[in-house]
Write a protein that binds this ligand. Structure first.
Ligand SMILES: [Mn+2]
Length: 314
């Protein structure tokens, strides 16, 4: 099921209160300065930019509860994101939400899930679990909790963003790229039998074991949201991640997985998060992210497709 006439709506969420990596709030504007919308149009997508959600700076809001740092503002921003994403998905268009720290995924997936009456799976790329709760988190940073919240665990203020239904069934999550998982997250995944494929799985079995997991998710649900934390990718290729990763997915691994998803799944939305332009080198992280966004939506964008577009004679 694909919607060929659909538009891709871009929404920026320059929130950094869920993390302590200063610079990720500049993600949306850095992507725009680097011509993201134009490149995605070159790839064949029809793009409309909805601008940014207003996010308060950390000097403007108190930390509050140390177990749920900056909770009220994070809830508020995610309610706004969900309210923008829901109508886009309900009208069978596609959404791209640019972070910001990963906590913005809470509103993005909540909006999409509500539009689709819960008929949604999430393919989640991350070195970390993001499945702590306020009880298990060692930092109190909400960018390590929102994925648990989407599945109904943890603080109700987060789990009830955009309505108190469970937004994501545990069996409809596929977590890929874990290499720095906390014990509480490992325990939750085991207890709830959450599909996941770690870096150790990749080294042990190769992609041959992951691809059927993607197929099985796409058979179970009609719609897929892809959440890409750039820290799932090796720092060689994504130095501009909020928390650079020395043991992440290589360029060819992430591109191959993305191509498989783009071909097999009905991807209705993508979020790209934890982009820190201050740490990027030669814009390579933004370049790879742009390439991956096009591929997740079933298109192609690379230096080669740009070369062809620039040199087209007739
Ligand atoms: Mn994350």
């Amino acid at each position: 099921m694909t919607h060929t006439s659909s538009t891709l709506y871009i929404l920026g969420a320059p929130l950094d209160l869920g993390a302590e990596n200063l610079g990720v709030d500049m993600g949306p504007s850095a992507f725009r300065y680097q011509g993201l919308a134009k490149k995605l149009e070159t790839a064949g997508l029809s793009v409309t930019d909805l601008g940014d959600i207003a996010c308060k700076r950390r000097t403007e809001v108190p930390v509050g509860d140390p177990k749920l740092r900056h909770l009220p503002e994070i809830v508020h921003v995610n309610e706004e994101i969900a309210a923008k994403v829901e109508p886009v998905i309900a009208k069978q268009h596609k959404a791209l939400v640019l972070g910001g720290d990963h906590s913005i995924c809470l509103g993005a997936v909540s909006g999409a899930s509500t539009a689709l009456s819960g008929n949604i799976g999430v393919i989640y790329f991350d070195a970390h679990g993001d499945m702590n709760t306020d009880e298990t988190s060692m930092t109190g940073n909400i960018h390590g909790m929102h994925l648990a919240s989407l599945m109904g665990f943890g603080a109700p203020e987060l789990a009830h963003v955009h309505g108190d239904t469970v937004k994501l069934q545990t069996k409809n999550l596929l977590h890929i790229g874990g290499c720095d998982l906390d014990q509480a997250e490992i325990d939750l995944m085991a207890r709830e039998q959450i599909p996941n494929f770690t870096m150790l799985d990749l080294m042990s079995y190769g992609l041959g074991k992951l691809l059927p997991m993607i197929d099985s998710l796409c058979k179970r649900v009609d719609n897929v949201w892809v959440s890409l934390d750039l820290d799932a990718i090796d720092a060689l290729y994504a130095p501009g991640a909020g928390m650079p990763n020395q043991k992440g997915l290589t360029y060819r691994e992430i591109v191959a997985i993305a191509e498989y998803i783009g071909k097999r799944c009905n991807v209705v939305g993508v979020d790209v998060v934890e982009y820190n332009p201050l740490q990027d080198i030669d814009r390579k992280t933004a370049g790879l992210a742009t390439e991956l966004i096009a591929i997740f939506f079933g298109k192609q964008y690379s230096w080669y497709t740009q070369y062809l577009a620039d040199n087209k004679k007739a």
